[in-house]
Design a protein around this ligand. Structure first.
Ligand code: K7E
Ligand code: CUA
Length: 645
């Protein structure tokens, strides 16, 4: 196995953290402290390949060994993304996205504020302004890495925010969010998937709730006029390319492997606004979106725009959608939509129906040509158990469906389900496994790509109940790791998580290749770079203070264990911006800047520049310090912020 993870032992250039700490520590007495910092960092420990682990339990990753997979876990209502190691289920990192993060300064640094605000719609900006200019919450559900040619390409991870109708892009090289947009004309982005072929390409985002259009105070009680839309976002520019109005409430979606069709599940085909109204019909539907037909109409200018938004909008409702959409009846309130790695079948999970409906992608052209009826696309509809929510796949033609109400995973064979549907006397169900408890999503290693490998399945269970020592009324959720490499599924690990992750993706480590330090040419600090240039300052070299009326710009170069300035003098009432450039180009050597009692704090990763702006509101002496234990003399890495009255 090609291993590009074990190369972390030595950096490309410069000293290792161990060497740096040893070499610059002049005081013998602090040697012990340095050793402590090193063991916490873990750099310099040789790592064995996973396969060489002598442990019987394949999920046990011995100390010093590395995981085979990156897991990208939604942080749920916490609004972040967590990187998990699979199969160890160790939490490796949190990537701030839609949240405020005190550890990194996300939501406070100028760089993050730019990302958090630049993509808001005018209405969103107005509403966020009521909260001090930022949304401080998010509700993430579906993290999906970018694709090239049917498999992960390691560029980005995309994720939705249901709470404030946003979509974010995370750069996999630095594992930081670089773009966030708010989708206009819709409320609550829920289902999100990306184009698998030829590449991502589009990010497909489902608007869930139906609202007046435009939502500016008109039609408040005229619920028949409410509508929702399916949106295609250009993953390269992060701009909404087009939207299609659909019937029902959009829930989840998935795409084919040809870049031609998207299937989205819809509940509430009744278009009701109360629970009773939403539950009236026995059947709801999935909507199939024909990407090429939509693109052609947009190109031909056959669209409208709504309100301030310039996004092309097409009518794809049941009544008018002819060219762009088709509706296939599915038993009551379908939820998850999952494309099999064979590229030929898409499974729609019944939720309130004990069935899953298998759609044949090959039938879609005939469906749009009007040659077959919508239900002719359903080529199997096995009854699996109560509450099917989501389905994952291995590389042997088997599917694994979560049964929310039964608290089980049902393993079934797709070909056998097709045969049974044709009338053959076969049972597609292979095994039912109890999970603890009430699973929502599940995910297999590489199972959302053509490279599904059939090794691991994670069941993301909503309730843990008695599986952990009691931590109070709010229990953790329980993500169970299941070995699916044999003929029977076997639970091998319980992994507690907080804040309802909903969903995850499991990516082989050969696909992801993050940097160890920032590149000084990175666009992350472009605004800072421009400002420095105008001030005649070189970010990498100069520590100085520039006064510009009552605006003060402070440039600081940090190299362990010092800040380039040990004293910053300003006047009461000044608006102060502090730019810190970490010139330690050493792996894992992060600095920070915290200004005591001012509520100011940010991380500055190796070779990164970050900045923060605040008002010097009170005279006095305020110490700023580095809050990452970077060096034996870390406690001494500080200076005085002096505000003259
Ligand atoms: Cu099933 Cu938001 Cu993907 Cu939760 S959704 S479970
Ligand atoms: Cu720099 Cu602690």
């Amino acid at each position: 196995m090609k291993d590009n993870v074990n190369n972390t032992v030595k950096e490309e250039k410069g000293l290792s953290r161990r060497e740096l700490l040893g070499g610059t520590t002049k005081v013998a007495a602090v040697a012990g402290v340095a050793a402590l910092a090193v063991s916490a960092g873990g750099v310099g420990t040789a790592s064995k390949a996973v396969a060489s682990s002598p442990s019987k339990n394949k999920s046990h990753i011995a100390p010093g060994d590395l995981d085979e997979y990156y897991g990208f876990w939604s942080g749920g209502q916490a609004g972040d993304i967590r990187i998990m190691g699979v199969p160890s289920m160790r939490e490796l990192a949190s990537i701030p996205v839609f949240n405020y993060c005190g550890a990194t300064g996300w939501g406070q640094t100028n760089e993050s504020k730019e990302i958090l605000t630049e993509g808001l719609t005018p209405e969103g900006r107005e509403l966020a302004d009521a909260n001090g200019g930022l949304y401080l919450n998010g509700d993430t559900h579906h993290p999906h890495p970018s694709f090239t040619d049917g498999t992960y390409d390691g560029r980005y991870v995309f994720i939705n925010d249901k709470a404030n109708s946003r979509v974010a892009r995370i750069r996999c090289d630095v594992m930081r969010t670089d773009k966030i947009i708010q989708v206009p004309n819709v409320q609550a982005i829920h289902g999100l998937r990306v184009q698998k072929f030829p590449r991502t390409g589009y990010v497909f985002a489902n608007g869930e709730f139906r609202i007046p259009s435009p939502n500016d105070g008109r039609d408040l009680e005229d619920v028949a006029k409410y509508q929702t839309m399916f949106s295609a976002i250009d993953g390269d520019t992060m701009e909404v390319a087009w939207q299609v109005i659909v019937s029902g409430n959009l829930d989840n979606n998935d795409t084919d492997y040809n870049g031609e069709y998207v299937v989205a599940s819809c509940y509430n085909s009744e278009n009701g606004v109360t629970l009773g109204e939403m539950m009236e019909a026995e059947r709801d539907h999935v909507v199939v979106i024909n990407v090429a037909a939509v693109e052609a109409a947009v190109k031909a200018g056959k669209f409208k725009t709504i309100g301030d938004s310039k996004v092309p909008v097409l009518d794809g409702t049941k009544e008018n959608g002819e060219k762009y959409t088709r509706y296939i009846d599915i038993p009551n309130s379908p939820h998850g939509v999952n494309t099999a790695p064979d590229g030929r079948h898409i499974v729609v999970n019944g939720k309130l129906s004990p069935t899953v409906s298998v759609l044949a992608v090959a039938k879609f052209p005939e469906l749009f040509a009007g040659k077959i009826k919508p239900r002719d696309c359903v080529v199997a509809e096995p009854e699996l158990g109560l509450g099917p929510l989501h389905t994952a796949f291995d590389n042997k033609g088997n599917a694994y469906t979560t049964l929310f109400l039964d608290s089980q995973i049902c393993k079934w064979n797709v070909d056998k389900a097709l045969a049974a549907h044709r009338g053959e006397d076969v049972n597609p169900i292979i095994q039912k496994l109890d999970v603890q408890y009430q699973p929502g999503h599940n995910h297999t290693s590489m199972g959302e790509t053509k490279d599904a490998d059939g090794k691991w399945l994670v069941s993301l269970n909503k309730f843990s109940k008695d599986r952990y020592i009691n931590v109070g009324p709010l229990k953790p959720e329980n993500d169970q790791l299941i070995d699916i490499s044999g003929s029977k599924m076997k639970i091998v690990h319980d992994g507690p998580t907080v804040s309802e992750p909903h969903d995850c993706t499991i990516v082989h480590r050969s696909k992801i290749n993050p940097s160890h330090i920032w590149d000084r040419n990175d666009p992350w600090w472009e605004t800072a770079r421009q400002q420095a240039k105008a001030d005649g300052v070189v970010l990498e070299e100069d520590s100085k203070i520039i006064r510009d009326g009552n605006k003060v710009r402070v440039y600081i170069v940090s190299i362990a264990p010092t800040f380039g300035l040990e004293e910053i003098k300003v006047k009461k009432g000044d608006e102060v911006t502090i730019y810190v450039t970490n010139m330690d180009d050493v792996e894992d050597l992060c600095h920070g800047l915290t200004l005591t009692n001012y509520g100011v704090a940010m991380e500055i990763q190796p070779n990164q520049t970050q900045s923060v702006t605040f008002k010097a509101t009170r005279a006095g002496v305020y110490w700023y310090y580095c809050q990452w234990f970077c060096h034996a003399l870390h406690m001494e890495m500080r200076g005085r912020f002096i505000v003259e009255g």
